[in-house]
Design a protein around this ligand. Sequence first.
Ligand code: ADP
Length: 652
Amino acid sequence: MKSKSGGMGLRVLLISLLILSLIFVFMVNITFKSPSSGTKLSLDNVYRMAANGQIVRARLLDQDAVVEGTYCPEGVAQGGNCRGGKAATFHATYPRSDVSTQQLIDRIGARAPVAVDHQTGKEVSRLVLTFVLPLIILANLFGLILLSKGGDASLGEIAGFGRVGKDRQRKKATVTGVSFNDVAGAGEAVAELSEVLDYLKDPTKFEAYGATAPKGVILFGPPGCGKTLLARAVAGEAGVPFISVSGTEFVESLVGVGAARVRDLFSQVRALSPAICFIDEIDAVGRRREGEGVSGGEREQTLNQLLVELDGFEVTAGIVVMGATNRPDILDPALMRPGRFDRHITIDRPELEGRIHILKIHARGKPIGPDVDLEFVASRTPGFTGADLANVVNEATLLTIREYRTEVTAADFEEAIFRVVNGPKRRGRVLSVEERQRTAFHEAGHVIVAAAAGRADEVHRVSILARGRAVASVQMGADAEATLLSRTQLRGKLVTQMGGIAAENLIFGEGSTGGEQDIEQATDLARDMVTRYGMSPELGPVRYLAHAAEGFLGNDIPLGEISIETQTAIDKEIRRLVAEAQAEATAMLSRHRKTLDALASRLDEEETLEGETLQKVIAPIEAEMATERIGATGKVASRANGTRTRRKTPVG
Ligand code: ADP
């Protein structure tokens, strides 16, 4: 629709420009064409001939500043003809500034008839040509530029500068048709929103009890966790219109424009009430007001306007403003005061149950095969957001379509999870034989160490195919799900992370750039163990670093000043933990060298190993460890007995 009307407008404008140009040329022609003919004389000559009586008749063209007429070059004029010789025509121009029409009439008209042509038509056309036409052409050109820019821009838009921008028309309220059934894993949030729902359904109810209405709700949570979806669901459940804007739309460099947009938005919302107005990324406007320099003025005005609008709603207005952000820490306290955005709802990444539910919602209506176990898929995707899970289901379906199959299989889901985590397989990047072998050993190293650390069943898949930014990948299971990890478990993780580099060193005698990410992750983990979890005997159970805010946000920041000695000790401890982990990984790999070689060569051949095939290759490690355990149990048991005996003594 939009492009059609835009195209029409463009055509009309082009045609009118063409017509205007033609008129322009025509008028230029009339205005500047000199109609005079005959011999060109100087004004002095004309005066002289007039004095000699040689001019038969003359005409003054006032606009052109031309005098033209008939004269007798050889004889004298008499009774409208020449006596002696033939009559001829002449014309002469005169400087309008120096000579007035009356002067000419006086001097030429003394002996010959002089007519004056005021050329009114020409005067008008000159006026049109110099003032009106250029204006019209300019206006047309302006329209042309606007049309080619936006397709649906109009002069009204220029007048509406400062409104909610180009999207004004698109900011139409929608009745969402989304219900709470479409939102999974957000039970608490739904319960908290029930009051809002009541209010929207019957705005007068609150007034009857003299209570204040729930005007503002802020949804906190990482991107993709369903904040927008939840707001839409509330609108859908209440059956009220839903208007959505982004906070960034109010951010302008011109002071007052953002505030004008806020005003305009709320006037739209008021007209639709009861309604929900959803402001995504509200931190763009609602940022704390302090030390902001030049751009602060505009932001402050915008924020003030938002507060004024919020305060201005009446109890019965039936308007709820819902803001979403993943940076609650930077919001201005004034925004969160009672009576404004006083309801705060946190939506975090979904737990296992939530993930199962979300997967089920998105699998609706898709040809999911019988071998797909969504609960298993959910268990494989800890830390995924709702949007990630929706993406997994979609990717799996796309794979099915791409291969012309009729049902989505479990393998499609495997691949889809891998894609969402690591990006699609990188095609076209061919590893050299040496690189491939190195990668195979590197990845095999991680797997072998994981198995040797008793985590064999957590390894789901290993691949030397390049994905996203990573050269290769190992996919580990569910410990991201665990909320409590012991020191031993964390050390196990650290050792596994160093497995790749250890394998490269063991086999090739040196490491490569492929270990960068491992080192980064291992260092981060070791730092956390030392500075946050109090797991270093050297530094004791003291917290040195904290997240900027708990949960999903921010970077690590030091808690107060740290002395140089402590910092040095921290660095030393981190180095020690990582180095010990690498040494342990190397020892494990040497012990299971045969299995390492076997796994690496299988990887080199098959590129990807997963599930049972993978477990079979690493089974010897399990067996060996079981034997070791049996051997050790005896020792442990006897030691335990000893301990018991020793303990008994003092008690007894
Ligand atoms: P946010 O606003 O938090 O960034 P969205 O609401 O835009 O996230 O979520 C993006 C998409 O992810 C939704 O359209 C939906 O398909 C899916 N999604 C996210 N959370 C959920 C959920 N709890 N239940 C079902 N689908 C979800």
